[in-house]
Write a protein that binds this ligand. Structure first.
Ligand code: FAD
Length: 383
């Protein structure tokens, strides 16, 4: 039990951001020798989520990517568009593989210690920070925290329930799903006065993650997601028996407001460190960017800045959220227009904050000027 030990770094919360930071720290020849403590209330999360993202290279977690797609599709009414994603691939990592991969790698380092306990408080101290948990406390030069509890506030949420369905293989010879195509958005589902779509990722030709996703202020009851999921399965795969082999449910804040303000050497990372892309809920790659950025700054002894959404794209996010929040245009219409008029690579770059000005303009002209311009002006003067 570490009670009053002093560490170089404490990682408070071992989820996506905490583990990512640990991984990138341990990749560095100098920082990997630092004394590191990892504290989490629950190291046995199981497969509590899957992360999807796109890359045009083999990234650091390529070996645990469980599925890749090179086509995406978007559906709305009669409109159906399948787009090749090259040079990107849309990839999936299972939460459990990620947690196990990094913890197995870190177990090889004697300078990394672990505490399984609920963190009660994190405080900045003179020249460092202190973490108090149920049963102990420790000090460090820096604390990197991704713990949140009930503190998150957001006017809009991306919330969802997904089921992994598996059809009975011996009975059917024909493929049920087109394994090569990730159905990113099927807007032909109840919109619930929000932006709602089915996200369907085939894992094999007979197994898929089917997820009912909404962008709205209020999170639904589980039974409400189930109703739509069941109706979708019935409409598309009528009378064919399947079993549900896994479920995932969650809510991601969609906001450009800062989650926390920096206090001394307590650095927020992950969702709490504003790594989530406000207009889409994607965070995995931004968390990689954020934690790699922190590692470079530590290496160079620079002051730490964990911001990843600080470019003009942050402004676009705010404008898009304004349009959605104030219902200036229906979300299904916005996304369908964007995918109708642009290739997948341009959209992916735009959503990764890496598009050029020309590409930004291409995306923006997909939306009606009379909607986009007043919203942009409103957001500009609100800031
Ligand atoms: C179901 C789901 C699916 C998602 N899918 C995608 C996706 O496909 N692509 C994508 O880019 N993003 C996705 N996201 C968004 C984002 O990538 C994840 O939410 C990501 O896990 C955020 O990382 P994090 O480290 O900030 O939080 P978390 O991963 O939630 O980690 C926080 C950690 O803090 C610990 N903790 C919390 N409170 C305490 C406490 N008081 N004491 C001790 N420990 C504590 C928790 O146990 C947890 O381990 C998804 C989110 C969810 C919920």
């Amino acid at each position: 039990m570490q009670t009053e030990n002093k560490y170089d770094y404490i990682i408070a919360g071992a989820g996506c951001a905490g583990y990512s930071l640990l991984y990138h720290l341990l990749q560095d020849p100098i920082l990997s020798k630092k004394k590191i403590l990892v504290v989490d209330a629950n190291f046995n999360k199981g497969n509590d989520r899957t992360w999807c993202f796109w890359e045009d290279i083999a990234g650091p977690f390529e070996s645990i990517v469980c599925k890749k797609w090179s086509n995406i599709e978007v559906l709305k009414g009669d409109f159906q568009r399948s787009l090749p994603t090259a040079p990107f691939e849309y990839k999936m990592i299972q939460g459990i593989d990620f947690y196990q991969y990094i913890s197995a790698f870190a177990k090889g380092f004697d300078n990394v210690e672990w505490v399984a306990s609920k963190i009660l408080s994190i405080d900045a101290t003179h020249g460092g920070a202190r973490v108090n948990w149920d049963g102990g406390a420790a000090n460090a030069d820096f604390v990197f925290s991704s713990i949140h509890g009930d503190r998150i506030q957001s006017a809009l949420w991306q919330h969802f329930k997904g089921i992994v369905v598996e059809f009975n293989t011996p009975v059917f010879d024909a493929p049920i799903f087109d394994e090569r195509v990730a159905r990113l958005m099927d807007f032909n589902v109840p919109q619930m006065d929000a932006t709602a779509f089915m996200y369907l990722l085939p894992l094999t030709d007979k197994k898929a993650l089917v997820e009912y996703t909404l962008f709205s202020p209020t999170i639904l009851e589980t039974a409400e997601y189930d109703l739509v999921l069941n109706a979708y399965m019935e409409a598309h795969y009528k009378g064919i028996a399947y079993s549900i082999v896994h479920t995932e449910q969650g809510a991601i804040p969609m906001t450009t407001k800062k989650m926390t303000s920096r206090t001394g050497n307590v650095i927020s990372i992950g969702t709490m460190g504003d790594a989530v892309k406000a207009s889409t809920g994607y965070a995995f790659q931004f968390i990689q960017q954020q934690t790699q950025q922190i590692v470079s700054q530590l290496k160079l002894n620079q002051s730490l800045n964990a911001a990843v959404h600080h470019t003009r794209h942050h402004f676009y996010d705010a404008v898009l959220l304004y349009i959605l929040e104030h219902k200036k245009m229906a979300g299904d219409e916005i996304f369908a227009r964007i995918f109708k008029k642009n290739d997948a690579a341009t959209v992916f770059k735009f959503l990764s904050n890496t598009s050029t000005m020309i590409e930004d303009i291409r995306i923006m002209v997909s939306l009606p000027t009379q909607i986009f311009l007043p919203a942009a002006i409103k957001v500009l003067f609100r800031r």
